[in-house]
Design a protein around this ligand. Structure first.
Ligand SMILES: C[S@@+](CC[C@H](N)C(=O)[O-])C[C@H]1O[C@@H](n2cnc3c(N)ncnc32)[C@H](O)[C@@H]1O
Ligand code: SF4
Length: 399
């Protein structure tokens, strides 16, 4: 995750560059349930409104939580499917809060109503992230449910009224790219605390629909817009949080932006971003799926590290022989192609491996989602991309 606001603030008000303390344990994104009332076109968990057998029971979840706490996991992001479809979601959430975790709820928002907002408030979630993937028509098409936008925006309003920190999560594609400016306007209108731009990852239905990914010029425009918007708000004293995910080229791209706007801060920013260190799947980010299987992050559901029913998470995560995890834990990672030659490898850490893998079947191939030019990354202008073309040569209608 790239905390853009934090870095733009340091450009505007420079502070000494400091090392970032090592976290006590990985963030756990926990897909507690795979069932969902929606069937979004990009969904990595291929969720649907059916019962998925064999999910962890409440008691099993509690046993895992105890292990996570003892292992130093600081943050639980409760996700799905749609986590509010789990009948015990509030029991699990209360227990997590009582145990001292930072607890986020990752929801499509359509099930947040007047009937349960008091229960949601009572948990004391540190953050509720609601997915909004465009304006009404686009969002409803993306999420394949008419009325979803209105329901989710109603949820945003209910959370705000209840005093809950709420963010919009927006997955960028060709279809919603033109609506990004309007989305950013909405943040002000609804006094939203946080905006998370998620780049498309090629897993599950997101992999089948990768032809709809926003390609390089669009992504560059979207990121420039976001940098400018965040900067402009900070200049006006508005401290909204902007973060991005699934494309660690966003860090180096901010350096490109800073060259134009804060040239004397470029070296300090480069040092800060080097300390950040880019992609941290398999290191500071982890995932437990609905069946208790552990993965290097949420997008690696085809790659299993073990199951918490058989082995505690702490043991699975400490295991050192898995080849993918060994690569993840090298810094910089053993990447190939443009990524290997890139002068920013130390900052972005080879970006998003699942995109490279799902196109090339090689964990360490270059990431086809990197939108930086050869000139920017410091490789010869004629160096071809090895996997980008293959990324879009697939049918789009096999949902
Ligand atoms: C799987 S959903 C689960 C929580 C909830 N059902 C929701 O939609 O917000 C978690 C987040 O991942 C995002 N997401 C799903 N598939 C993705 C993909 N292929 N690439 C990037 N983000 C994705 C969703 O938009 C959502 O913000
Ligand atoms: S992205 Fe979320 S709301 Fe959409 S189908 Fe997947 S789990 Fe459900």
């Amino acid at each position: 995750m790239f905390r853009m606001t934090r870095y733009i603030k340091t450009l505007m008000n420079p502070t000494p560059v400091r090392a970032i303390p090592k976290p006590s344990g990985p963030v756990v994104i926990w897909n507690l349930i795979r069932r969902c009332n929606l069937t979004c076109k990009h969904c990595y968990s291929i969720s649907a409104d059916i019962d998925f057998k064999g999910e962890l029971s409440t008691q099993e979840v509690y046993t895992v939580m105890d292990d996570l706490k003892a292992y130093g996991v600081p943050v639980l992001i409760l996700s799905g499917g749609e986590p509010l479809m789990r009948p015990d979601i509030f029991d699990i959430s209360h227990r997590a809060k009582e145990m001292g975790f930072y607890v986020g709820l990752s929801t499509n928002g359509t099930l947040i109503t007047e009937d349960n907002i008091d229960k949601i408030k009572a948990v004391g979630y540190d953050y509720v992230g609601i997915s909004i993937d465009g304006l009404e028509k686009t969002h409803d098409e993306f999420r394949q449910k008419k009325g979803a936008f209105r329901e989710s925006m109603h949820a945003v309003a209910l959370c705000k009224q209840a005093g809950i920190k709420v963010g919009l999560r927006f997955t960028l594609t060709q279809d919603n790219y033109p609506e990004l400016p309007a989305m950013l306007e909405m943040l002000d209108e609804h006094d939203i605390d946080k905006f998370y731009l998620s780049h498309l990852n090629y897993s599950g239905r997101g992999g089948r629909n990768r032809k709809r990914d926003a390609w390089y010029d669009m992504t560059r425009d979207a990121m420039t817009l976001l940098f400018n918007h965040c900067h402009n708000e900070l200049q006006r004293g508005i401290e909204r949080e902007y973060v991005t995910g699934n494309n660690d080229a966003d860090g180096p791209f901010l350096i490109e932006w800073a060259k134009e706007h804060y040239p004397d801060q470029v070296d300090a920013l480069t040092e800060r971003l080097t300390n950040w260190g880019g992609n941290s799947s398999g290191v500071n980010i982890s995932n437990i799926d609905n069946l208790g299987t552990v993965h290097p992050d949420t997008f690696w559901w085809d790659y299993n590290l073990g199951n918490v029913r058989e082995t505690p998470f702490s043991e699975i995560w400490s295991e050192t022989k898995d080849p993918l995890m060994q690569g993840f834990r090298q810094h910089p990672r053993p990447v190939k192609g443009r990524c290997a030659e890139c002068k920013f490898l130390n900052i972005c850490n080879g970006n998003t491996r699942v995109r490279a893998y799902n196109i090339s079947r090689d964990f360490w191939e270059e990431d086809p989602g990197c939108y930086l030019t050869n000139e920017e990354i410091g490789v010869v202008e004629s160096m071809p991309r090895r996997v980008a073309a293959a990324a879009i040569e697939i049918p789009v209608n096999n949902l």
